[in-house]
Design a protein around this ligand. Structure first.
Ligand SMILES: Cc1ncc(COP(=O)(O)O)c(C=O)c1O
Length: 349
C-alpha cells in the first residue's frame, strides 16, 4: 500500500480542481533554494554509473564518515533494511518507532513481519529494551522537530550493542542543525566494533534537489558491504553523482544556505504565530527546513488542523496534514510568497 506524503501536488490539485501551477506548495521539508546545477559533461550521461570515487571522498568529508554507501535516496535503505537485519539476527522480532515520523520506516518493518512498538516524542531513558530489539530514531524528527542529544543516543547505542539490537538513526534533516548532532563519528572511532548502528543521510532536503534521488548510508564496513551486494551496480545515475559531488564540496554554499534557511524559518514561524489565533495554537515546533503547527482541540467533528488544511487547499496553498490530523507542517516559503501565505491563513477563520 502506498503511503501519503507531502509533495503529492498533482493529486491534491486534481482533488481541488485548481491547476497545479497555481499552487503554493509548502507540503515538503525540501529547501526552497537548490544548489545550482553545474554544467555536466556529456560523457557523464554516456557512461554506466560506477560509484564515483571523487563523490565518495567528498561525501566522507561532508558527513564525517569513514564508511559510506551512495544510494538512490535513503528510502532505498529503509526498504531493504528489515530483510537484511532479519538475516543477521533471526531472533529479532520487534522494532521501536516514533509515534510521529516518516511512516515509510513503519511500512518497511511491518511488511517484513516485525512487531512495531510506538514511542512518544520523549523517549524515556529508562524504557526497557529487550534483547534483539531495533530502535529507529529520526533526528531531528519530522514533523515534530524533536532533537536528541548525542549523550542520549550514545546510551541507546551502548544498550543495543550489548543486547544484540540495532540502532537506526535517520538524519534526513540534520544538515541544518548547528552544531551538528550527527552520530556518524561514533561509527568511525570504533569501526571494527560498532556493528549495531546505521545512519541514514538524505541529500535532497538541505540541497533542495530531492528529484535527483541520492542519499547515503553510514555504517560499519560489514554493513556497507551487505547493502552494496544486495543493491547491485548502477544504483545512482551519473549526473546525480556529478551534481552531489560538486554540492557536497562547496562549503561556502553550505554556509549561505544555512543562513538563508534560518532566516526563512524564523519568518515562517512569525507568519504562523501572527496569522493563526493564539487560542488555536497548542505549539509550533520544527527545524530550519519546516515548521509544524499543533492545534488545540476543537468541538467540531473535524480537527482544527483538518479545517485549516481544507481551507488552505481551497486557496491553492498546500501544507502537509500530519497522519494524526492534529497538526499542519509547513515547508519554508520564499520571501515573495509570504504575503500570499499570510492572507491565506487569515482567510481560514
Ligand atoms: C525523515 C525522512 N527520512 C527519509 C526520507 C527519505 O528521503 P530520501 O529517500 O530522499 O533520502 C524522508 C523523505 O521525506 C524523510 O522525511
Amino acid at each position: 500500500m502506498a503511503l501519503i506524503h507531502g509533495g503529492q501536488l498533482q493529486q491534491v490539485a486534481k482533488q481541488y480542481n485548481i491547476p497545479a501551477e497555481n499552487w503554493l506548495d509548502l507540503s515538503t521539508g525540501i529547501a526552497p533554494f537548490s544548489y545550482p546545477i553545474p554544467s555536466i559533461p556529456e560523457k557523464v550521461y554516456q557512461s554506466l554509473p560506477q560509484t564515483s570515487s571523487d563523490l565518495k571522498t567528498a561525501a566522507k568529508r561532508y558527513y564525517n564518515a569513514d564508511n559510506l554507501l551512495v544510494t538512490n535516496g535513503s528510502q532505498a535503505i529503509i526498504k531493504l533494511l528489515p530483510t537484511l537485519w532479519r538475516k543477521k539476527n533471526p531472533l529479532s522480532t520487534t522494532v521501536y518507532l516514533p509515534e510521529q515520523g516518516y511512516k515509510e520506516h513503519a511500512l518497511a518493518w511491518q511488511t517484513a513481519g516485525f512487531t512495531v512498538y510506538w514511542y512518544k516524542n520523549e523517549l524515556l531513558e529508562q524504557e526497557p529494551i529487550e534483547n534483539n530489539t531495533v530502535l529507529v530514531i529520526i533526528n531531528p524528527n519530522n514533523p515534530t522537530g524533536q532533537l536528541y542529544s548525542q549523550s542520549t543516543l550514545i546510551k541507546y547505542q551502548e544498550k543495543l550493542e550489548k543486547s544484540n539490537g540495532l540502532l537506526v538513526i535517520d538524519e534526513a534533516f540534520i544538515d541544518v542543525v548547528s552544531p551538528s548532532h550527527s552520530m556518524s563519528h561514533t561509527i568511525n572511532s570504533n569501526s571494527n566494533t560498532i556493528n549495531n548502528t546505521l545512519i541514514l543521510r538524505s541529500f535532497g532536503k538541505f540541497f533542495g534537489l530531492a528529484g535527483i534521488r541520492i542519499g547515503f548510508l553510514i555504517g560499519s564496513e560489514t554493513w556497507i558491504e551487505k547493502f552494496n551486494d544486495q543493491l547491485g551496480p548502477w544504483q545512482v545515475n551519473g549526473p546525480a553523482q556529478f551534481i552531489a559531488q560538486s554540492a557536497l564540496s562547496d562549503y561556502q554554499w553550505h554556509e549561505q544556505q544555512k543562513q538563508k534557511l534560518q532566516l526563512l524559518s524564523a519568518d515562517l514561524r512569525t507568519i504562523l504565530t501572527k496569522s493563526i489565533p493564539s487560542e488555536y495554537i497548542n505549539k509550533i515546533t520544527g527545524t530550519d527546513l519546516f515548521q509544524t503547527v499543533y492545534f488545540t482541540e476543537s468541538t467540531e467533528t473535524k480537527s482544527r488542523a483538518e479545517n485549516y488544511y481544507a481551507s488552505l487547499c481551497q486557496q491553492a496553498v498546500y501544507a502537509r496534514l500530519t497522519d494524526d490530523k492534529q497538526a499542519l507542517r509547513f515547508g519554508l516559503a520564499k520571501k515573495n510568497q509570504h504575503e500570499r501565505l499570510k492572507n491565506a491563513l487569515l482567510n481560514c477563520y
